[in-house]
Write a protein that binds this ligand. Structure first.
Ligand SMILES: [Zn+2]
Length: 150
């Protein structure tokens, strides 16, 4: 999938604006209410792959909320959750960052965060662990938890 643009949600009116990646760093205004958009490629419209090498920069040093899905290729419930997390990344682009970590490839992170079952979602805010969601929760329950972050 080519990701040459992403959605930035206007903080004033809530409208979704599609921003081409080539325009990151330029000034932009909301197509609906003309408010300035403060967007950053830090909030892509899909869950980014994070590993032990990128974890610190992408999650711990990120100033804002991040939902991290710990998943595994052999896990059936994870296959249900992966597209839901991508959907949420699109819907909450500009507000919450979404990441996924393959447990098989990153056993160090799994043990550091005591992830004992897949799927496990861990929510960080400003680098601090704030919530842990176990199992393949339905989307509306995940949304319920995400709202507490905003
Ligand atoms: Zn707006």
């Amino acid at each position: 999938m080519v990701q040459d643009s992403f959605i930035s949600r206007c903080k004033q009116c809530g409208a979704k604006n599609r921003i081409p990646r080539s325009r990151v760093g330029e000034k932009a205004v909301c197509g609906k209410c003309r408010a300035s958009l403060h967007f950053t490629a830090a909030y892509p419209q899909y869950a980014i792959d994070v590993n032990e090498r990128t974890f610190d920069v992408e999650i711990i040093r990120f100033s804002g909320p991040v939902l991290v899905l710990f998943w595994a290729p052999w896990c059936g419930h994870c296959r249900i959750l992966l597209p839901i997390v991508d959907e949420l990344a699109s819907e909450y682009s500009g507000l919450i960052k979404f990441a996924k970590i393959d447990l098989d490839k990153n056993p160090g992170l799994a043990s550091q965060y005591q992830v004992q079952s897949a799927p496990t979602m861990i929510v960080f805010k400003n680098g601090r662990l704030v919530n842990r969601l176990l199992g393949a929760l339905p989307k509306d329950q995940i949304v319920h938890h995400l709202r507490t972050l905003l």
